[in-house]
Design a protein around this ligand. Sequence first.
Ligand code: NAD
Length: 332
Amino acid sequence: MKIAFFSTKPYDKKFFDIANEKFGHEITYFESRLRRETLKLAEGFDCACVFVNDRVDASVLIALAAQGTRLIALRCAGFNNVDIHSAKELGISVVRVPAYSPYAVAEHTVGLMLALNRKVYWAHSRVREGNFSLDGLLGFDMRSRTVGLIGTGKIGECVASILRGFGCTILAYDKFKNPVCEEKLGVKYVSLDELFAQSDIISLHCPLLAGTRHLINLDAIAKMKKGVMIINTSRGALIDSKAAIEGLKSEKIGYLGIDVYEEEEELFFEDKTFEIRTDDVFARLTTFPNVVITGHQAYFTEEAVSAIAKTTLENITAYEKGENLVNAVMPD
Ligand code: NAD
């Protein structure tokens, strides 16, 4: 199948070229993100292969359909950047990679917790400068701390499993209880308000939907413990960033670790070293000593990237052969 591959990075090309030896698709790699201004690149391609920050809204889909694109192959799990209702109306199929390595994201999540708690990022730069003082580096034992997980799907379950090893008390809120979490990992399901009130650490693992946008807002933060740690490796807009800044200024939020940011599409995955930063909210977040930000790298392990390549190409092959699309994304 002819595939227009958007938002290409050297590592994508490496892993997809290896995986494609088995499938033999005709892949053309474009560095550009897919959006209105770049969609002409997809002309004559059956499939547009996209990532988290490609913008596949209704207007892009209408133009893609007119150009002959019949399939959107997401090489990620989240699909909040695709208007799936419009895709269905236009007869464009959408497939995704629902699971590649929940361990990758879960391990990075816990990495952020530990980095913030033990201030590894401060300690590292201090030692390099010859400052061996421990002032300001005091952490806490994870054992017996209460962690609240919002969303206990594949990633939330892995986070629970790691934290169980630390001896944490694990609370969770999800629309659907995960029996493994409840019966094997000792997770206690509570209401969202209870989770906010009781958790020392709150970690977000639910999808970004209309109902979860700004789930962490001023009201929610007001219900949390003073000094709470908030971790977000899910999707940026789950947190109202301006509310988080207020929470950090008032010291209600004691630690913030984010791998995703609501306006990340203009920032992440690119080297902006020599560019003037225009996002004042992001700039303010980077000034806090108790905020750690990574640029959407939680998924980025060898195992995850090769699994993404394999499943994406399997999805495309299944479409080409007219087989049942097990990883299709459908409107509710
Ligand atoms: P999943 O579908 O297995 O689990 C999501 C869970 O959220 C489900 O149990 C679902 O019931 C629950 N949920 C849905 N609506 C909810 C709500 N309103 N409140 C609470 N829970 C709710 O997904 P997953 O594989 O565990 O991934 C979770 C999220 O992680 C994805 O949505 C994606 O956005 C994000 N993600 C980030 C990265 C990264 O690199 N940072 C990589 C992969 C996935």
